[in-house]
Design a protein around this ligand. Structure first.
Ligand code: SF4
Length: 717
């Protein structure tokens, strides 16, 4: 038996795993006791990873050879790799020649490795000349990126997991960490047990399992977070709980913010957020007066039409109270996916460039062009996730290359996404799992390697870079994501820059990573002191880790100096705005979406394991029992849940975790579990038949967490 150290491919906690393999077969998995993210622990998802890679499961779920669909709606037929790669290059080359570079789009994934991400970004922005490369991480953390940059000057989470052990107050908001980041949550539980004086505040519309652990639970109304944060600051100011010397020495813009929050009195906030005034005072006092306060937050803040404002106004509280840059204190966004952070590092979003550079900055574009050896990087902003599928639905984008993500299930407003996939002239889906709903829309399917078969790196929520290692050979004819992108890039080079040396000379993931490392020189995430060798010998490391340094930085801004022009952080005076689609008489419920404990995203992997259905066996819409009684609904009865965009049919389940006038559906259930129809009558599936593509104007992250719906008993035929 062979043992290989690698990283769990599920959430952003980034737990280390030891893969046990017997020849070409993965036979077991256990937590890596030396990995600083988990110290040997694994949750239900991580500890069953090996069961998703048995020969029987692989045969049923994996895409094992390239497949071409000659005609839409027909079964695809096998073809060789050379023919498949030639086909991608010829179709993309043709469309670029006929319609220009912005007629193609790349939709990639926070589950790709940093090396994969880097190559896709360079292929789109450096070779083809379009910034139409965006990622499913847009649905996960782009509001956190925008919030950090707006206030602290750089997209760098300042805290680390160990801060949980130093905090005296934990403010968990918009995060069901008990389900979404289970191993971090166990650390929280242990810290609370070891430190009974620690206060935990949880703000969430649903009384989740995370909220059950709170000393103070704030059941705020969906989307009212900005008002809550402004209200807490109002109380802190009134009570004299802000840190005037920190504000004066290390920040700008406080007077403007003070003027804005003057109107956010406890009465107004209690009314708007649906909270008790005394709870607001308690929360403000614990946050401001604890020796160290750490905020943990995730999709409840990010997946919102006010996502940037929610992030920035929470960070305001840390700056106003000096709760940042010291052990146990700071704003700490949790990344949903295993490598959303790595994607940010290489600039794998439509508005970013390598090493946290901005596309809008001419000097940054020139730096990246010089690094890549190209004349320039286009200045026109690329299409972000929602915009990209809208552009394809409108006929503006004619070719889509989708890698390691499943937009036909995970994007909001599924009706538009499906129209986009049907209207595009050429759709490439590069994917490990043939069971992903998006495969049905592909003209060409490219089989990709996945966990256990791949080499590279990922970065977790605390800026820690870990190695991902291959324990077994690829399944079937699957190839590595970076390799596929490089092979197509070289074919495109023959069309777009004939006779010139290749921009993609890579033969190993390490050679790609070394180029990425060089791009970080002098930047906030500088990793010029790090190497694959060092990761091999000393294990996972946090950035920054500059040339000559021996270790990375545990936490940032201890000196109170921020990466802004004058070294000061900036308060953000952004006003509260309600959710994009408010409840009204025809759609009287606020629908929220979220995770189950034992499943991951679209269940392509976790859905193969029977025991992971032990916690929740089937989809349901959860409602408050009072609402059910008023509507004459009983547990298990089928209901139509309908928004302006579509409708799904599923059983209703009473739950006191859901407040009146609200409803909850888990995000994971795909076509085989949850069917529905668009408002035009087209077949749709999953909760995203209902969700809206309204997005935050700054981060462009869609409001997956809220849609107005009606719930009616389904009449049986
Ligand atoms: Fe994997 Fe996240 Fe569970 Fe850790 S907490 S084992 S990274 S799913």
């Amino acid at each position: 038996m062979t043992e290989t150290r690698s990283t769990c491919p599920y959430c952003g906690v980034g737990c280390g795993v030891i893969i046990e393999s017997d020849g070409p077969q993965i036979s077991g998995v256990r937590g890596d006791p030396d990995h600083p993210a988990n110290f040997g622990k694994l949750c239900t998802k991580g500890s069953t990873l090996h069961l998703t890679a048995t020969p029987a499961i692989t045969r049923q779920t994996r895409l094992l050879q390239p497949l071409l669909r000659q005609q839409r709606g027909q079964a695809p037929v096998a073809l060789g790799w050379d023919a498949a790669l030639d086909r991608v290059a010829s179709e993309f080359g043709r469309i670029v020649r006929e319609h220009g570079p912005d007629a193609v789009g790349f939709y990639i994934s926070g589950q790709l490795l940093t090396e994969d991400y880097y190559v896709f970004n360079k292929l789109a922005k450096g070779l083809i000349g379009t910034n139409n490369v965006d990622t499913n991480s847009r649905l996960c953390m782009s509001s956190a990126v925008a919030g950090y940059k707006l206030t602290l000057g750089a997209d760098a989470p300042p805290a680390c997991y160990d801060d949980v052990n130093h905090a005296q107050c934990l403010f968990i908001v918009g995060s069901n960490a008990a389900y979404a980041h289970p191993i971090l949550f166990r650390r929280i539980e242990a810290a609370k047990q070891n430190n009974p004086g620690m206060k935990v505040i949880v703000a969430d519309p649903r009384r989740t399992d995370t909220a059950e652990q709170a000393d103070l639970y704030l059941p705020l109304l969906p989307g009212t977070d900005v008002m809550l944060f402004h209200g807490l600051l109002h109380i802190m100011l009134w009570e004299g709980w802000t840190d005037a010397s920190y504000i004066a020495a290390h920040t700008n813009g406080f007077n403007e913010l003070k003027a804005l929050v003057r109107e956010c009195t406890p009465d107004v906030v209690a009314q708007t957020c649906g909270l008790k005034k005394e709870d607001l005072f308690t929360a403000a006092q614990w946050f401001a007066q604890s020796p160290a306060t750490l905020s943990l937050y995730c999709q409840g803040l990010n997946q919102s039409s006010s996502g940037t404002a929610k992030n920035a106004t929470l960070i305001n509280l840390h700056l106003a109270t000096g709760q940042i840059g010291k052990p146990g204190a700071g704003p700490f966004s949790l990344t949903g996916q295993p490598n959303a952070m790595g994607g940010r590092e290489v600039g794998g979003l439509a508005n970013l460039l390598s090493a946290h550079r901005d596309l809008a900055n001419p000097a940054h574009r020139a730096e990246v062009a010089a690094l890549w050896g190209v004349a320039d990087v286009p200045s026109k902003p690329g299409k972000t996730a929602v915009e990209m599928f809208q552009a394809a639905a409108d006929g503006e984008i004619k070719a889509l290359w989708i890698a390691c993500t499943n937009p036909a299930q995970s994007m909001p407003d599924q009706a538009t996404v499906r129209r986009a996939l049907q209207r595009a002239e050429f759709v490439v889906v590069q994917e490990a799992f043939a069971t992903a709903a998006t495969c049905d829309f592909a003209d060409l399917l490219l089989p990709a390697t996945t966990w256990g078969e791949k080499e590279g790196t990922v970065t977790n929520s605390e800026r820690r870079i870990s190695r991902v290692r291959a324990a077994v050979p690829p399944a079937g004819e699957a190839r590595h994501d970076w390799r596929i992108a490089v092979d197509v890039a070289r074919r495109l080079e023959a069309q777009l820059r004939p006779g010139l040396p290749t921009l993609f000379p890579y033969e190993t993931p390490e050679s790609i990573w070394n180029e990425h490392r060089e791009s970080t020189r002098g930047r906030d995430l500088d990793i010029t002191g790090l190497s694959y060798d060092m990761l091999e010998q000393r294990g996972p490391q946090q950035w920054p880790l500059r040339e000559g340094e021996k270790t990375g930085r545990e936490r940032l801004y201890a000196d109170g100096v921020f990466p802004t022009a004058d070294g000061k952080a900036r308060f953000s005076a952004l006003p509260y705005k309600p959710v994009a689609e408010q409840r009204e008489s025809r759609f009287p419920f606020s629908l929220t979406t979220g995770r189950l404990r034992d499943h991951w995203h679209g269940m392509t992997r976790t859905g193969t394991i029977g025991r992971l259905f032990g916690h929740v066996a089937e989809p349901s819409v959860q409602m408050n029992p009072q609402d059910m009684e008023r509507r004459g609904l009983k547990n298990g009865e089928l209901v139509h849940v309908t928004s302006k965009r579509g409708s799904v049919v599923l059983p209703v389940q009473g739950s006191r975790t859901v407040h009146t006038a609200q409803a909850f559906i888990a995000m994971h259930w795909g076509p085989e579990y949850l069917s529905g129809r668009s408002s035009q009558g087209e077949p749709l599936a999953g909760v995203n038949a209902l969700t809206t593509s309204a997005y935050c104007p700054t981060s462009k992250q869609p409001e997956l967490k809220h849609a107005a719906v009606k719930i009616l008993k389904a009449e049986l035929p």
